[in-house]
Design a protein. Structure first.
Length: 232
């Protein structure tokens, strides 16, 4: 393979932005077990901002919304690190809630940009399949922020196996377990609101896989079969 062919292959891969985003998010989830909890959450936000930036280069309005919400989140993270430990402890609840709400706004902006692209697509290609996976990951992160707000406002909303130093760090894992309806049982919602949110997430996750993803994948396969018949 010549140098020009290699350059063309790399350029083609980088143009597949949704595939690149899916790889970034998947690697982060795989590495989550060996990354300390707080650093894991911060890296998830950084990768999410980079991914959203890649995904919305053809939509200036969406980019502005993602940029503003992403900058707010990063400034709050920086402020939480710069504050003295005693003051950080005193402001833990209001600063945490503001940070989580800003993160939710950011995730909703990302998900909205992806959803608009999916709804406006005239045909289903591999790019749309990648987008559905990315949207699924954003859904899991979104519910994790809701659970974190609930646990911050009402400690003890979730029962954890063992005694984690920061229960909020485990809620990203719980969110994806609930979204996929795995139900391992090591984390359980204790109060009615937490239980109801878990039920809604499980229903949304199943409907998304059974309706949206199944429809797009089947349409993609049928489109490929139709193209194959046309070529023959």
């Amino acid at each position: 393979m010549s140098r020009a062919d290699v350059h063309e292959s790399v350029s083609k891969f980088l143009r597949e932005r949704q595939l690149l985003i899916m790889i970034l998010l998947s690697l982060l989830l795989l590495l989550a077990g060996i990354i300390p909890g707080q650093l894991e959450n911060h890296l998830f936000l950084l990768v999410g901002i980079a991914a959203a930036w890649l995904a919305t280069d053809d939509s200036p309005k969406a980019r502005r919304g993602i940029l503003v919400s992403g900058v707010v989140v990063m400034l709050l993270l920086a402020a939480s690190f710069c504050l003295p430990s005693d003051l950080r402890h005193q402001l833990r609840r209001p600063l945490g809630i503001f940070l989580l709400v800003s993160t939710i706004v950011f995730l909703v902006s990302c998900a909205t940009a992806i959803l608009k692209r999916l709804l406006s697509a005239k045909s289903v290609t591999s790019n749309e399949i990648y987008e559905t996976v990315n949207l699924y990951v954003l859904m899991g992160a979104f519910w994790a922020q809701l659970y974190s707000i609930l646990e911050l406002l009402q400690p003890g909303s979730f029962a954890f196996a063992g005694s984690p130093s920061d229960p909020g760090e485990r809620l990203l894992y719980f969110s994806f377990v609930t979204l996929a309806t795995l139900g391992y049982g090591d984390i359980t919602p204790r109060i009615p609101l937490a239980q109801n949110l878990s039920i809604i997430e499980a229903i949304v996750g199943q409907l998304y896989l059974a309706v949206v993803v199944a429809y797009l994948v089947s349409t993609y396969i049928m489109h490929g079969m139709g193209s194959g018949r046309g070529d023959s």
